[in-house]
Design a protein around this ligand. Structure first.
Ligand code: ATP
Ligand code: MG
Length: 235
């Protein structure tokens, strides 16, 4: 992948003409997830262009900027799809990871090595100053065809920045704990037979800010859907 290609803007027309499949089609607050044949490879384009009008105008560009920022910082880290480029303020393109997300993986099929690798990716991501904050959602972890874990969907991530402010550092640390805990929750769900005593005792401890964080997260999501989409849906 040349340096030039990575920074150039990808034209929307080329993306639309070369879309070969949709992983998901846009509705409400959700983006289109397109699989696109671009030059000699397949890429994923996350695209809010066809999401609900207000959401597209107000929130979509913020989420795209956030994800772009995270993918730039994480670029080159094994276990994170590489950023391919920006389409416009509503869409970005990244490497396609052949595989399937963990919400489609049968319980009892993953080895311990998968969780060790996943925790390693999570720790390296934190070392670069990004907390994911939505790893509980198993759709955000992909089991690659190479058997390795990949993390996607940085729309909700938190940036530590330079970490000079002690309060920000402390807040970031809470998200780090939540990400690490989310790996254990995935393991509990998909591979309970692999849980060690240490894992179990960590799972038994509630994180200090788990309840308020969940409450705020759920209500912000509800409010966004009520205010920024035309269709009311059940959540
Ligand atoms: N780079 C990628 N390579 C392969 N599959 C991907 C990639 N990015 C996303 N996916 C697939 O598309 C799905 C949705 O992507 P993503 O989670 O980024 O979108 P989202 O709209 O934020 O979804 P959700 O609201 O469900 O979290 C993922 O669960 C994963 O299966
Ligand atoms: Mg997701």
């Amino acid at each position: 992948m040349s340096g030039n290609f990575r920074t150039k803007r990808l034209p929307r027309t080329a993306i639309e003409e070369n879309t070969i499949a949709y992983f998901r089609t846009a509705e409400g607050t959700r983006p289109d997830l397109r699989l696109v044949q671009f030059e000699d490879r397949r890429i994923i384009v996350k695209d809010f262009n066809r999401s609900d009008r207000l959401f597209r105008a107000i929130v979509g560009p913020v989420l795209i900027r956030r994800e772009l920022g995270a993918l730039r910082i994480l670029d080159g880290l094994p276990g994170i799809p590489r950023l391919v480029g920006e389409v416009d303020r509503y869409a970005l393109a990244m490497e396609h990871i052949p595989g399937r997300s963990l919400d489609r993986v049968e319980p009892g099929t993953l080895p311990q090595e998968f969780y060790d690798n996943l925790l390693q990716v999570v720790d390296q991501m934190h070392a670069r100053g990004i907390a994911h904050c939505d790893l509980r959602s198993r759709g955000n972890v992909v089991l690659g065809d190479d058997g390795k874990p990949y993390i996607v969907d940085f729309a909700a991530c938190v940036f530590r920045g330079r970490g000079l402010n002690p309060f920000i550092r402390w807040v970031f640390e809470q998200f780090v704990l939540a990400d690490r805990n989310a790996v254990l929750l995935i393991k509990q769900r998909l591979s309970p037979e692999l849980l060690t005593d240490e894992d179990r005792s960590q799972l038994a401890q509630e994180l200090p800010y788990e309840r308020p964080a969940k409450f705020i997260g759920q209500n912000v999501r509800k409010l966004t859907r009520i205010l920024l989409t035309r269709t009311r849906r059940s959540w």
